[in-house]
Ligand binder design. Structure first.
Ligand code: ZN
Ligand code: ZN
Length: 163
């Protein structure tokens, strides 16, 4: 029950419109370009990553506009802000719930969802005074086999790309 519902792109766009309206914000061409580009992003993008994508569409868009739009997207519930411990906030499109496993040395980020962990979180919250979880973030930090220095140890990144 702690999982947010899946939002697809059209319904996210609706949500964005509603948010702008409720907050009496007017939209600009630049802002819309940023939103479009962001929703097309896979994975976890930094402000700089998104700026680069956006500049492909419109060279005039500046860092501050991208930064502010991302903040609005988080507030509007279209984006989740992530902190993977490298000092850079990353953003991802709010869709199916998942958690993250991060290699603190090479920076690889794996996404996972484990029913047992999800249930366990609900149980713990229940036990601690009858909380009902409405949202959670789980980030596990570790070292991939390669960064552990295991002989022949591969980063899952490499195993995947070798097919
Ligand atoms: Zn979870
Ligand atoms: Zn993710």
């Amino acid at each position: 029950m702690s999982r947010p519902e899946t939002d697809d792109i059209p319904s996210l766009k609706e949500k964005w419109k509603d948010y702008l309206q409720e907050n009496s914000l007017n939209t600009t061409q630049q802002r819309e370009t940023i939103v479009e580009e962001f929703l097309a992003c896979k994975g976890h993008v930094s402000t700089d990553d998104l700026l680069e994508n956006v500049r492909g569409e419109n060279k005039k868009i500046g860092y501050a506009t991208v930064y502010r739009t991302l903040k609005l997207l988080v507030e509007a519930g279209l984006a989740h802000a992530r902190d993977f411990g490298d000092g850079q906030t990353r953003y991802e499109v709010a869709s199916d719930h998942h958690d993250h496993l991060i290699c603190s040395k090479c920076g690889l980020v794996l996404e996972f969802e484990d029913d047992e962990i999800e249930e366990l979180q609900d149980k713990v919250a229940q036990r601690l005074g009858g909380f009902k979880i409405v949202q959670h973030r789980l980030e596990l930090f570790g070292l991939c086999p390669k960064e552990q220095g295991i002989e022949g140890g591969l980063c899952p990144n490499e195993t995947v790309s070798e097919g």
